[in-house]
Structures are given as C-alpha cells and as structure tokens.
Design a binder for this molecule. Structure first.
Ligand SMILES: Nc1nc2c(c(=O)[nH]1)N[C@H]1C(S)=C(S)[C@@H](COP(=O)(O)O)O[C@H]1N2
Ligand SMILES: [Mo]
Length: 596
C-alpha cells in the first residue's frame, strides 16, 4: 500500500499538474468550479417550497394541540377576565385592597426623572435589531421545525413541531423536513436558507449584545436602574392591582415619566434582567464547541434543551413587544411617545413624528432585508462574518477531550441528512461490499496512499461516543469506530505547507458536483477526529456514510463528509471547488468556521 518516497519528492505540485498515476490524482476535478452568488429559483438544488403545518404542542403521548386555538381561547379568556375584573371591583374588600396597593411602589431617593437621549437611541436600536434577530431566528427554527426536551432528537418525542409527523421512510432526511417561511416573515425565509439566516442572526446578535452592554453600563452609572428593579415585595400586590385596573378597563393613572406602574416594572425587569441574558445563555448552550467542552453541563442543559428555552425566550419577546406596543398606544400615545422619542413630558406631536420617522426606517429595512439578501448573499455573509467571525474563531480552539459519553447516552434515533450517492460507480462498490473500495490520500504529503477497507481496519482501532450537531438544529449521540486521523497523518506525513485536509465524497451535492469539505489541519490531530467505518458497534450503514465518514467533534455536522473517497492535503482551499472551503460554503453560504 505504500508508495516510494521518491514519488513524493516530486509531489507537492498540486496546482501545477499531478504526476500520472491514480494515487496522485485530485478529486477536485469532480467539483463544480462555480460558487453561488445569488439566491434564485434553483436555490439548494431547486428544492420546492414546503410550508409545514401550524405550530402545535404535544399533549400526552401523541395528541397534538394546535396553537392557533390560543387566539379564540385568548379572546374568550380576555372577555371573561374583563367581566370578572369589573365585577370584583365592586367588592368592598377589593376596593380596600386597591386603596392600599394603588399600583406602584415608591422609588428610592434620588431616582432619575425622565429619559435621557442615550436611552431613546438605545430603545430604538434595540427594537430595530430585534426585527432581524426574530425573523432570522424563526428561519433557523424552520430548518428543523421541531423542539425536544432531552439531548436526543427522537421523532414523536418532540414537544413542539411546525411540521407533519416524521414519515416511516428510514432514509428520510432532516433537509426533507425543513420548511419554507413567507419572505416577509422569515429572514431570508426560503426553504433551507439557514446559512444566510445564521449570518443575520449571529451578526445582528453581536450588535444587539453590544447595545445591551452599553445599556447595562449606562443604567448603573446614571441610576436609571432604580426605575427597572423592583425594590420591595409590595410590587406583587401592586401588580395584581394594576392587572385588575387594566382588565376592568379603568386604567391606572400612572406617569411613566417619573415611575412605572408595578406590572410595567415587572415586565421590564423580566425583559431586561432575565429574558435578555437568557437569550445569550441559551444561545451559547447551542454551541457544539461549548457543549463538547462542558460535557457535564451539556448532559442536562443539552443543545436541545437550550434550543427549547431559546424558543421560550423568543415567545416572551414577541409577547412583550405586542403587549408593550399596544399599551403605549392605548394609554396616552402622544405623551408616551414624547417620553421615549422626544425626551419631553407633554402632549405635543413631537414624539409622534420622531416615532413615525423611526417606523419608516424599520418598515423599509424590514421589506428590503429578504430581497437584498437574495440579491447579495455574499455581502450578507461578509458582514455577518466580520461581526461574529472573531468569536467563532475563539470557540474553534476549545479542544475536546475524548471519552465524553457512555453507552447509555447513545441516541435511540439518529437523523439522516444530505444527498445520497446513487451513481453506478458507487452502486458497484456497494454491491460487492466495498471489496474494491480504495481511500485515496494525497496532496501535500510525503507518502500518498490508497487504502482498502481491510487496510484501514488493520490500523489501530479507535472508538468514541460523541454528540453530533447538525446546523439545522437536531443532535444525536452515537458510538463511532474506525481510525484516528492522527494515525493517518503518521502514515502519509503531511508536509509543512499542508494547512487544510479536504475530504471528497462519492455523493453529489444538491447543486451539482461532488460533496466535499475542508478542515484545518490542527483539528486533524485532535484526539476525537477520526474516519469511522463503524457506528454503534455495527458496520456503518449506507445512510450514515458507508464505507467511511469523517468525525470532527468540534465542528457542525455538515462538515462530516460521508461516503468519503479521498482526502487531499492542501495549503489553501481557494483553488478547490468554488473556493470557500466546502460544498455548503460554496453553495449555501455556510462559513468554514462555524463551531458555534
Ligand atoms: N457526502 C455528504 N456528506 C454529508 C452530507 C451530504 O449532504 N453529503 N451532509 C452532512 C450533514 S448536513 C450532516 S448533519 C451529516 C449527517 O450525517 P448522518 O446522516 O449520519 O446523520 O452528514 C454530513 N455529511
Ligand atoms: Mo447538517
């Protein structure tokens, strides 16, 4: 199986033409050269739109409650609530209670009055950024439109779905499961546009966090925090009192310029001090790099639990925005708008006009975001990467130690994903059980080789039980058996110029050409990076990538090439395929550093 070192001395001429002989030939010629630079009709291989079903929640074993019912139910409850509140306000005991707790707690001495300009700006920026965060967040959810409460993503065990039940087809893939959102709702919205949605989501998140950090610093420096933090337990009876006042349609006479009513205070407190930090924490909880590094946390606060709570935070924000905006308009719109937009406490139209201008900005941005993303997706990616890339790079270097999960953690169901190989060449290999299979490893190495499965099996055997994270949102724990990439490195000896390992597949990508992906060479030395030919103590199945697939546990699933036929070590991936470091990077705007 070895080749003489003499071959190799001539070798690292990757770009200048290969020496004859199969072992030297690069599979890069089977890639499509072009990169995608617009999102048009043949997006993602022309995947047809699919709208899923109305969101529903599982009750019991397999009964599902359609959340649209909450609209009529909510209306009935609201009407009933108004009747009850009006009724009980007549009761002397209730009147006494409301006299004692009129609806607001006293502010501490020295609490500021009114709103400074920085707060108005931050309020606007916050609302503006939220539009894109929420829309892109929902698009990410739509790519795997199910939520789970354990580490596993078992069909039928989801507690929430916006998609039909998983069909019985054993080779049904997560991509088939993804749904379309209308362009004005999702960002960008089209089916399986998660690559772009993530640039929006993570990119804008950094701006939102920055705005939030400045906000936190300033509220503590200026004392504005006193207006946002309840200081005594009487905030609870006072909130109940306010709720009765609102519901009985005899609304509290408060003056937000000086002090919020208690219900408002509680809602603002939850939003600023609980929901916003939780958005960050649950977001980080979905990071594969962190989840692998902090195993003991991630066994309970798993990626799926994090995803479910992240969704709950989204629900809070949406509910808060709807109620907040409605009440701003229902409780003295002009004065309220003056408070937050004009920094004045009167009934003039100044605040209204500033607000209207800000609304125009928001609407224009809202309407333009999706079409502009389809037109200039690479720009979106570039800006997104500029914003979140530095943080992603940091996460990439969180090395993962082996042996994290045990047999009992193995997932009962492991989703399939990607496009299956179907050409004759592969069918032939499969028919004779891969007896004539050869893994070709070449490029910038001293010793290019072609290895049969028997030769691979003869190398030191490595096993690991690890968790797989698909960018679409599902995850699963499995046991993998095969050869460590470090053993492969020892055998082929990459030269010092080799910076990336490119993995080529037998399978086509959805957009033409074969599937491939490039990995940084440092990660090939990680103890958990391996070529697997076994899964859960069995031979690797066709669906999961037989005869050989990659595992690199600090990366997302899309980088784990299945049905591998070749590995090429290169100095740069610019010349390969579309030049972005992987099939999804060339065609679907994924980044090559997406450990988070
Ligand atoms: N050849 C090839 N490999 C691929 C893909 C693909 O489309 N083609 N999809 C990737 C994605 S997106 C994921 S999540 C994993 C899924 O692996 P599984 O089917 O074993 O779960 O394979 C990766 N490897
Ligand atoms: Mo994936």
């Amino acid at each position: 199986m070895k080749h003489s070192p003499k071959d190799s001395q001539l070798f690292p001429a990757a770009d200048k033409g290969y020496k004859p002989g199969a072992v030297h030939e690069s599979y890069r010629t089977e890639l499509v050269k072009k990169e995608r630079d617009v999102v048009d009709e043949d997006w993602a291989g022309g995947v047809p739109a699919q709208y899923g079903v109305a969101p529903r929640i599982r009750v019991g074993r397999d009964r599902w409650f359609n959340l649209l019912w909450l609209i009529p139910i909510g209306l009935v409850v609201l009407v009933a609530g108004v009747a009850v509140a009006k009724g009980i306000r007549e009761l002397p005991a209730v009147q006494e209670f409301m006299a004692m707790y009129p609806g607001e707690s006293d502010l501490p001495e020295g609490a500021p009055v009114g709103f400074p300009a920085w707060l108005a700006w931050q309020h606007f920026l916050n609302a503006f950024l939220m539009i894109f965060i929420i829309r892109s967040g929902v698009t990410i959810l739509a790519d795997h439109p199910r939520l789970y409460m354990t580490r596993h993503s078992t069909p039928g065990k989801d507690w929430f779905r916006m998609q039909k039940p998983v069909p019985a087809d054993p080779l049904y893939t997560a991509k088939m499961d993804s749904i379309t959102l209308p362009d004005g709702v999702g960002l960008p919205g089209r089916r399986h546009s998660i690559g772009l949605a993530r640039w929006w989501h993570l990119g804008i998140d950094t701006l939102w966090l920055l705005n939030g950090i400045i906000f936190f610093v300033l509220i503590f420096v200026t004392g504005q925090w006193m207006r946002l933090v309840p200081m005594s337990w009487d905030v609870i009876p006072n909130s109940i009192s306010v709720a009765i006042q609102y519901l009985s349609l005899d609304w509290p006479l408060d003056n937000g310029w000086v002090n919020y009513n208690s219900l408002q205070l509680v809602a603002y407190f939850i939003t600023v001090f609980i929901a916003a930090p939780l958005a960050l924490i649950t977001g980080l909880g979905m990071s594969p790099a962190l989840s692998t590094r902090f195993r003991w946390i991630s066994s309970i606060f798993s990626i799926q639990v994090a995803r479910s709570f992240h969704f709950a935070v989204l629900c809070w924000f949406v509910m808060f925005i709807v109620v907040h905006v409605s009440l701003v308009f229902a409780t003295g719109a002009l004065r309220n708008l003056n408070h937050m937009y004009a920094g004045r406490d009167d009934d003039s139209w100044v605040g209204f006009w500033i607000f209207s201008a800000s609304l125009v900005v928001m609407i224009v941005a809202w309407v333009a975001a999706t079409p502009l993303t389809y037109r200039f997706p690479r720009k979106v990616q570039k800006v997104g990467y500029a914003l979140i890339g530095p943080a992603q790079k940091l996460f990439e270097h969180l090395d993962a130690k082996p042996g994290q999960y045990s047999e009992k953690d193995i997932s009962p169901y492991f989703w399939h994903n990607g496009k299956y190989p179907s050409d004759e060449e592969f069918e032939k290999l499969r028919a004779d059980n891969f007896a004539s299979y050869r893994l070709r490893i070449n490029g910038l190495v001293e010793n290019p080789v072609e290895l049969s499965l028997a030769e691979l099996r003869a190398m030191p055997h490595h096993e690991q039980i690890t968790q797989h994270f698909c960018i679409q949102g599902w995850s699963g724990v499995a046991k993998w058996g095969g050869v460590s990439m470090s053993e492969i490195l020892k055998l082929v000896k990459p030269t010092s110029e080799a910076k990336w390992a490119v993995f080529y597949s037998y399978a086509p990508g959805p957009d033409g050409g074969i599937y491939y992906d490039a990995h940084p060479i440092e990660q090939m030395k990680y103890p958990l990076t391996m070529l697997a030919y076994e899964m859960n103590d069995d031979d690797l199945s066709f669906g999961h990538g037989a005869p050989l697939r990659l595992r690199n546990e600090v990366q997302l699933g899309f980088k784990m090439v299945k049905w591998i036929k070749g590995v090429e070590f290169v100095a740069s991936f610019e010349e390969i395929g579309g030049g972005h470091g992987g099939y999804n990077n060339d065609h679907e705007f994924f980044g090559y550093r997406q450990s988070i």
